[in-house]
Design a protein around this ligand. Structure first.
Ligand SMILES: *Cc1c(COP(=O)(O)O)cnc(C)c1O
Length: 842
């Protein structure tokens, strides 16, 4: 049996996707979450060699216990809550170290302050910190666990969304220095009042020696004095103010110069960023630095000059030579490397994997041990080509596969590497800041014109989970929940413009049950991208039948004619195959399983589908052909999103039920029945039947308008300003002199036109785009590749980004402006617009 200490000494795994390193040392904590149950993955992990599992008693149903008996070599540690076990182990581990630990909480800026502090203090301490924004009940123990003897400083962030969450985080982080960044409205729902939220956050500091905060947040100041002082009277408060409050430091900003006056005189610092949020974050950093050790003005300035903006996400970009890039060029530590490799494994549409990695700085590990570990991660992640850049990784080349290459500096790599040899690969670019890997990304990225459609993969997952919950299905693992409604996702039309390969891979990862496309070639492209979910093809032309069979695609059958053609074809192939296989040596072919097809019933759309009175013929035909089977039967609502058609929808449902009952009786078995699209799922939950077909809702438009805030926008269409000029009143802008100006105007030309999908109807002020926080109207006609807008009232420069649609300007609003539906806006974004996929990594 494992004792506590030996669990602490092992590697912890909570996400089954993260198996990228050696597994013999791993203990897996199975956690039951809202959308995910870790216990469903024990079998997978056992297959991969994991042997130690922490499991929750409440998850051990008799069926589960029987399943676990199939894993004889595994050890199971039964606990009430895996998460709480993880937290208490981390807390135990934390207590072995007597180093300063900075604990950060607050509404905004936690992650940036943490990353900046780590950048600023990199020369002075060996730092362990939370990767990305790992600040949750789960993220915090995972962040603290790597703490070891070589570290001299810990920096961790704690985020809470509900009352009573902070206690556990306090016990894991046990900060010696606290920082309360600020208070805002995020997560207010989880609390009774703002006061209560502040009070709960302050619990992080009940054992801290020092607390840093800004006195200008008077609500924070009040609660510190009322509550915290009572429980932690010896705590030293180090405060600052920009508004002349009675604080330890007075801060003053004049243009980009910050003067900080405190107990040991004043320092004057030039700041690289002057937006209010960055200034606040920087002051927090400087004050915390001063709590840790003395820095002269000169030393502070030198460190601030090296600060870089913090990018919080892994981006997937299109690369040169048909490569896919995963850009993680802002930091490089082992925890972040694991996340990035996981992303590489999950998202790449290319099977050949390449990693370009800089020295790993600040790991706190012995050099040999570190690079041996990095090399084994590469091997476990099936990286075919490894490229190391930097003196440290280069001198540890012996650990890496023989085909690896090494360069002392980024410059050397850029001048010597044969970029034309890098093709058809997924390339992870990950480097510590000083290596400036953004130059490598720049070199590897395919250059296209400045318009991109960004797809937020986390929003997509969120939306999927929302609809899953609506149909009462909280997990993708069918084996353990056989009685729930399945989900078919429509990825037709390039996944509503979002990029079908990447979207389908994500859906496969989340184990949806079915995909549907309009045409056979869309299905083929999914198969070529490694998607092996069942796929329904809604418009299967007879010329594509061979393709359907070859790629295991399943046709929608909507007429007697099509049924006969398909039936003859399938039977013909069956006979042909037998003829071929009758050679003397060949083993007798097993009777092949019947071919699945999908029957479409026309209950009122009058587009494709069988009418009710045609069903007897269908049944008769199918009964005589055992080579065919009806996998599913379905129909489509005409007006699921509009209440004026409610009674028609009911009528369609009734007709559909009559049809399926007749079919079942005639066929002698029960095909899966499905009727609802996205709006139907929200508006007619009683009609969910055996499966639903999710479309536009997944892509971020809640078309029933009942629950609009429940789905998150997925796509952001951005372009850039190519040129700005001042045009006097009375002149005209664009073709046909349509845009006549009634004022002296600053006119910006955007790199997007109707050929990109920005409809001509948006011209002449109908459409507005978002420029640095201001909505700006179009001027004149939209051109093929360009559009002019009026930026007189905006702060705008050449090269600035503009947003056409996204969280700032909803797609529904655009649709409304030109009298169409969101579907047309989404699918109208042309394929020449580059798609960039990203994760927020929260
Ligand atoms: C496109 C489509 C859907 C999805 O509809 P949404 O309104 O996008 O959810 C469902 N069923 C059929 C037959 C479709 O063609």
């Amino acid at each position: 049996m494992l004792d506590t200490q030996s669990i602490i000494n092992r590697e912890w795994l909570t996400d089954s996707r993260q198996v990228t390193g050696r597994v013999d040392d791993v203990v897996f904590f199975a956690i039951q979450g809202e959308h995910h149950d870790g216990h469903n993955f024990i079998g997978d992990l056992y297959q991969k060699g994991v042997r130690q599992f922490v499991v929750e008693r409440s998850a051990l149903t008799p069926a589960r216990r029987t399943e676990l008996m199939n894993y004889p070599e595994a050890q199971f540690i039964e606990v009430d809550s895996s998460l709480q076990t993880l937290q208490s182990l981390a807390s135990q581990h934390r207590r072995l170290f007597r180093i300063p630990v900075v604990g950060i909480t607050g509404s905004n800026g936690k992650t940036i302050v943490k990353e900046w502090l780590a950048q600023l203090l990199a020369d002075d301490f060996v730092i362990v910190k939370s990767p990305k924004s790992y600040n949750s009940q789960l993220g915090v123990p995972l962040s603290v666990h790597p703490l070891n003897d070589s570290h001299t400083l810990g920096i961790f962030e704690a985020g809470i969304s509900q009352s009573h969450e902070m206690q556990a985080l306090e016990s894991v982080i046990l900060p010696t220095i606290g920082l309360f960044t600020n208070i805002g409205t995020a997560h207010d729902e989880g609390f009774k009042s703002r006061k209560q939220k502040i009070a709960e956050k302050l619990r992080l500091f009940i054992h801290a020696q020092t607390l840093v905060y800004c006195k200008d947040y008077t609500e924070i100041d009040d609660e510190v004095n009322m509550l915290l002082k009572a429980v932690n009277p010896d705590m030293q408060l180090i405060t600052w103010s920009m508004q002349g409050k009675d604080a330890t430091y007075q801060a003053q900003l004049t243009q980009n110069w910050l003067t900080l006056t405190g107990p040991s005189g004043h320092v004057k610092l030039r700041l690289p960023f002057t937006d209010p949020a960055s200034v606040e974050n920087l002051i927090h950093c400087v004050v915390v630095m001063r709590c840790l050790k003395f820095f002269s003005q000169y030393a502070l300035q030198a460190r601030i000059n090296r600060l870089r903006p913090v990018s919080m996400r892994l981006e997937q970009k299109e690369g040169i030579n048909n490569c896919v890039l995963i850009d993680d060029s802002y930091n490089n530590d082992v925890a972040g490397l694991l996340l990035a490799l996981r992303f590489l494994n999950q998202q790449s549409t290319r099977s050949r994997r390449v990693v370009i990695l800089s020295d790993v700085l600040q790991s706190g590990q012995a050099e040999d041990e570190l690079y041996e570990q990095v090399a084994s991660l590469m091997q476990a992640a099936h990286v075919e080509q490894f490229i190391g850049i930097g003196p440290l990784v280069s001198r540890n080349a012996r650990f890496f596969a023989p085909n690896s290459t090494f360069y002392e500096t980024t410059d050397q790599f850029l001048t010597q590497f044969a970029f034309s040899d890098l093709r058809d690969s997924a390339v992870l670019v990950k480097g510590a800041r000083p290596f400036s890997f953004e130059r490598i990304v720049n070199r590897l990225q395919r250059k296209v014109h400045g318009t991109v459609l960004e797809i937020n993969l986390d929003a997509l997952t969120h939306n999927l989970n929302y609809y899953r919950e609506k149909v009462g299905r909280s997990d993708g693992d069918a084996a353990h929940r056989p009685s729930t409604t399945k989900i078919m996702v429509m990825v037709k039309a390039f996944a509503y413009g979002s990029g079908s390969g990447e979207v389908a891979q994500l859906l496969q990862f989340h184990r949806v049950d079915y995909l549907a496309v309009a045409y056979a070639d869309e299905g083929v492209s999914l198969r070529q991208n490694g998607v092996d979910l069942p796929i329904m093809v809604m418009n299967p032309a007879p010329e594509t039948f061979a393709t359907l069979l070859e790629y295991n695609l399943e046709p929608e059958i909507y007429s007697i004619r099509l049924l006969r053609e398909w039936g003859e074809w399938v039977e013909g192939v069956g006979r042909g195959a037998e003829g071929v296989e009758q050679g003397e040596e060949a083993p007798r072919p097993a009777p092949s399983a019947p071919r699945p097809l999908h029957l479409k019933i026309d209950t009122g759309m009058h587009r494709l589908g069988f009418l009710e009175h045609e069903l007897p013929d269908v049944i008769e035909y199918l009964k005589a052909r055992p080579a065919l089977c009806v996998a599913t039967v379905f129909s489509h609502l005409v007006g699921a999103d509009e209440s004026q058609f409610n009674s028609f929808s009911e009528q369609q449902y009734d007709t559909f039920l009559r049809c399926t009952t007749a079919l079942e009786a005639g066929l002698g078995y029960r095909p899966t029945r499905h009727l609802l699209n996205s709006a139907g799922i929200v508006r007619f939950p009683d009609y969910k039947l055996d499966m639903v077909r999710l479309g536009i809702g997944l892509y971020g438009v809640e078309s029933s308008q009942l629950d609009t805030s429940a789905v998150r926008p997925v796509g952001t269409l951005r372009s850039v300003i190519s040129q700005i000029k001042t045009v006097p009143a009375g002149e005209s802008v664009g073709y046909s002199r349509r845009g006549v100006l009634d004022h002296d105007a600053r006119i910006a030309t955007l790199a997007i036109g109707y050929a990109d999908g920005y409809d001509r109807r948006f011209g002449n002020g109908v459409g507005q785009v978002w420029v640095n926080g201001t909505r700006c109207p179009t001027v004149g006609n939209v051109c093929m590749d360009m559009t002019m807008i009026d930026v007189t009232n905006a702060s705008a420069y050449e090269g600035d980004e503009v947003i056409i649609f996204g969280p700032e300007i909803p797609i529904t609003e655009l649709a409304h402006q030109i009298g169409t539906i969101p579907y047309e806006i989404l699918t109208g974004v042309s394929e020449r617009v580059k798609r960039v996929f990203f994760k927020e990594e929260n």
